[in-house]
Design a binder for this molecule. Structure first.
Ligand code: FES
Length: 161
């Protein structure tokens, strides 16, 4: 496992905070995903060994929560809210626009692994939807024109690499 020294230090600090090791499962999964971008099979086995639990116990948690990813994502992560308010305001068209711009299959990677586009659930910005989260930045009232503008900014960055 190629975790950063900071991540390993965080993990060693977190585990003793719980009365039983297995209770540190969620924080460890978060830490690993934050470091690697996803939770690989190898990472799940590593976490299981670290917490002295069966690997299937880690797999159950990783597959239960949509937030956790089992595959690598692109350098940029575009998440379009599909919950009711945003859906009524056109988020499905917004997702289609991003996919068209990146010629991408939903949930897949494209543009030389630069970006991953997918739906997500409520981003807590229901009154200003459609809401889009790109990496850690929230964009509100994203219509098709704004989606194209955001996608082209990401692509321009990719072209300048
Ligand atoms: S419904 Fe989209 S942010 Fe809440």
């Amino acid at each position: 496992m190629n975790l950063k020294a900071e991540t390993l230090a965080e993990i060693e600090k977190v585990i003793p905070q719980y009365p039983v090791k297995r209770s540190a499962l969620m924080p460890l999964i978060h830490a690993v995903q934050a470091d690697l971008g996803y939770v690989s099979d190898e990472a799940m086995a590593w976490i299981a060994a670290k917490l002295e639990i069966e690997p299937v116990s880690v797999l159950e948690v990783v597959t239960f929560y949509p937030y956790f990813r089992r595959k690598p994502i692109g350098k940029h992560h575009v998440r379009v809210c599909r919950t009711l308010s945003c859906a009524l305001n056109g988020s499905y068209n917004v997702l289609d626009t991003f996919k068209e711009e990146f010629a991408n299959a939903e949930g897949g990677k494209s543009f030389d692994d630069l970006v991953t586009v997918e739906f997500c659930e409520c981003l807590a910005s229901c009154h200003t939807g459609p809401a889009v989260l790109i990496d850690e930045t929230l964009y509100e009232k994203v219509d098709e024109a704004k989606a194209r503008e955001l996608a082209r900014a990401i692509k321009a960055e990719g072209e300048s690499r």
